[in-house]
Each structure stands twice: as C-alpha cells, then as structure tokens.
Write a protein that binds this ligand. Structure first.
Ligand SMILES: CC(C)(COP(=O)(O)OP(=O)(O)OC[C@H]1O[C@@H](n2cnc3c(N)ncnc32)[C@H](O)[C@@H]1OP(=O)(O)O)[C@@H](O)C(=O)NCCC(=O)NCCS
Length: 354
C-alpha cells in the first residue's frame, strides 16, 4: 500500500458520527448541518445528538448540572486538587491544558454508568476546572445555555451565552481529526474512557491543532495597527512561517464554521481596542487569501471570539476541550463497539541489515 505522509486522504476507519461530505465543504453531525444546529439548538441537545443520536438534551443537562453543582457546593476534593496543582508551579504557572489533562486523568470512572452519565461527569470536571480561573463567581447556571453558563461569570448576558453556546457546538465534533484519532487509538486497545479522553486532551494542545486559537490571537495582538499587521504578515510569509488559524487538513475551499464565529465577533466588538483588533484580523485574512489562497479555520476568529467573551488566551484551548469532549466520547464508544485494534504499518527508513 502506498505511503501517505500524515495519513492525508487515508480512510482509517468507519464512523456514523459526523462528516465533512465528499467535497469537504460542509459539516454534519449524524446527518444534521452543524451550522443549522447553532441556529436551532443548544450545546446540550447537540451533545446528546453526538453521543446517542437524540436531540433531546435533558438527560445530559440533568447529569451535567448534578456533577457541576456537586463539585461547586458539596465536594471540595476537586477544588483542593485544582488549587494544589496550581500551587505546584507558582513561578512558571502550569498551562490550564496541563491542569485539565491532570484533573480529568484523576477522575473516577464507574463502569455501570450510562454513556451520557460518564461524559457529563468528565465534561462537568473540565468546565469546573476552567471556571476556577475566573476571579468572579460562576456558580449560577442558566437552564437554556447550561454548559456555556458554567464557563462564564454570573454576570454574562444572554448574547454572550448564546455566542459561547454556538462556539461549543462548532467545537463539539470533527471526524478523524488528530485528537479524536488519538482518543480512538487508545480506545482501540480496550482502555478506559478517561484514559482515552486524556489522550485527546494531550493531542489537542499542540498549535497545529487546538492550540492554534491561542497562537492566532497572540499574533493578532502583536500588531498595533492594520499597517503594522500588513508588513508583519508579509515578512512572516517571506520567512516561510505558518500563520496560525489558516488552512485545514480536510477543508480545501472554506471552513464552514468560520463565518459563524466571525459574525459573532462582529456583533460583540464594542470598543476601540476590539474594533481595531477585528480590522487587523480581517487584514490578515485578506492577505492570506490573496497570497496563499488560504482561508481562516475555526480557530482564527474563534480565538478572537473567546477573547471578546473575556477569556484569557491560555483558556482558549481548554474551552475547545469543553466543547470537544462529547465528540471524543462518542468516538470512544463507537471504537469500543467496533473493537478493532488500530495498528498501522510504518515505512522503514533506517539502516539496512548490519
Ligand atoms: C492545518 C494544517 C496542518 C493543514 O495542513 P495541510 O493542508 O496538510 O497543509 P500542509 O501543512 O501540508 O501545507 C501545504 C502548503 O500550504 C502551506 N500552508 C498551510 N497552512 C499554512 C498556514 N497556516 N500559513 C502559511 N502557509 C500554510 C504550507 O506551508 C505548505 O506550503 P508548501 O507547499 O509551499 O510547503 C495547516 O494548514 C496548518 O499548519 N495550519 C496552521 C495551524 C492551524 O491553524 N491549525 C488548526 C487547524 S483547525
């Protein structure tokens, strides 16, 4: 069989969870258009769709609130664990992704739990850990935008909750991307759900994958004016540097998620700093189109959206984890059902026999 670097174009398994279509131009979760889902449904409905093919999010909501409230009000163990981890690295500060990976890894797993119960517990742990970074309280949960409200301070308005809810829906699932594939590889050995999701979190952190949203906003923030951005991007392209937040492994024309998040940024910018930053981002987008024929992926304007919602940069990829954990879980269950060990071959390029 022919070798394809990075497994590009290789069909590495079967899935009924999502597809970008044969042309790689749209995104559907179990047959539903993900963009339409942002208009008509909440993240909890979509989580339920992805896990158990039902748009009724009540079971997920009930389980998520129970676990989140339990951590917030009754069980101090997780809070103490989080604070202990943070104090382990007081100078260099542990990246919240490393903290999430560790917190999730230490979680309990009960084999008799339903699929929804298992992932709601992990999801609530992730959201609780992210919320611990806010200075303001995050203990009032919205019934409509439950998961989004667990991540934002109590004074977040409905517009902010809806924007974050859409972001979480668009982060929820994306086929055999690197972190999901890592999750499936671990699941294929018959390992547990927690360990498999930890593999996903570890893979998502890298800047060629989920970490791109953090690098993209750092790049945008490094310019003070549109002119500076123009000069800066041309010189980075001259140096053959990759511009984070552009290009995609499966989409070749556009990332259908990007216009949704860009619209939200446009709607939310309300001060001179934000407006200028949005202009800088649009200039970078224009240059990348003209010079490289590359389009922004979900992470370019997605990072900006999370910044407008008040998140510090190092919480962007953790928010991605909050959204994607249901996708990873669905792939875990599907892989366990298929029960095939993933074990590809390698092309040997080492020394000959000696
Ligand atoms: C996502 C990504 C890995 C997809 O990879 P791919 O489609 O397989 O493309 P490759 O990395 O093989 O690059 C193909 C060509 O496009 C260029 N290219 C791809 N993405 C680029 C980017 N973001 N900036 C500048 N050039 C880029 C490469 O330099 C390469 O050029 P070359 O043929 O002259 O060497 C790639 O676009 C990338 O690294 N993007 C930045 C990271 C990012 O935003 N990740 C989040 C993805 S959702």
């Amino acid at each position: 069989m022919e070798y394809s670097p990075g497994l590009r174009g290789v069909v590495a398994g079967e899935t009924a969870i999502s597809t970008v279509g044969k042309e790689g131009t749209s995104l559907r979760y179990r047959g539903y258009d993900a963009i339409e889902l942002t208009k008509n449904n909440t993240y909890e409905d979509v989580a339920s769709l992805i896990i158990k093919d039902s748009l009724d999010g009540d079971e997920f909501k009930e389980a998520f609130s129970r676990h989140y409230n339990n951590k917030a009000f009754e069980d101090e163990t997780v809070s103490k664990y989080i604070e202990n981890l943070k104090s382990l690295h007081p100078q260099s500060e542990m990246h919240p992704m490393a903290l999430l990976r560790t917190i999730v890894s230490g979680g309990q797993e009960i084999e008799s739990d339903t699929e929804i119960e298992s992932i709601a517990r992990i999801s609530a742990t992730v959201c609780f850990a992210i919320a611990s970074y806010h200075k303001a309280d995050t203990n009032i949960l919205s019934d409509k935008y439950l998961v989004a409200s667990s991540l934002l301070p109590n004074d977040a308005n409905d517009e902010m909750l809806e924007a974050l809810d859409d972001m979480l829906i668009l982060y929820a699932e994306h086929g055999f991307n690197a972190s999901t594939f890592a999750t499936r590889v671990t699941a294929s050995t018959r390992a547990d759900l927690t360990g498999s999701i930890v593999s996903g979190i570890a893979a998502l952190k890298g800047e060629l994958h989920g970490g791109a949203n953090e690098r993209a906003v750092e790049l945008i923030n490094s310019f003070n004016t549109v002119d500076e951005a123009e000069k800066g991007i041309y010189s980075l392209l001259d140096e053959k540097k990759k511009i984070m937040g552009f290009g995609h492994g499966v989409y070749k024309v556009q990332d259908p998620r990007s216009p949704v998040v860009k619209n939200w940024v446009e709607q939310l910018v309300d001060n001179d700093f934000s407006k200028n930053r949005f202009e800088i981002a649009k200039k970078i987008d224009e240059i990348m189109d003209a010079e490289k024929n590359l389009f922004p992926n979900v992470d370019f304007y997605g990072g900006l959206l999370l910044s407008e919602l008040g998140f510090e940069i190092d919480l962007f990829t953790p928010i991605f984890v909050a959204g994607r954990s249901v996708g990873w879980a669905a792939h875990y269950f599907e892989q366990r059902e298929q029960d095939i060990l993933i074990r590809p071959a390698a092309k040997y390029i080492g020394p000959p026999e000696r």
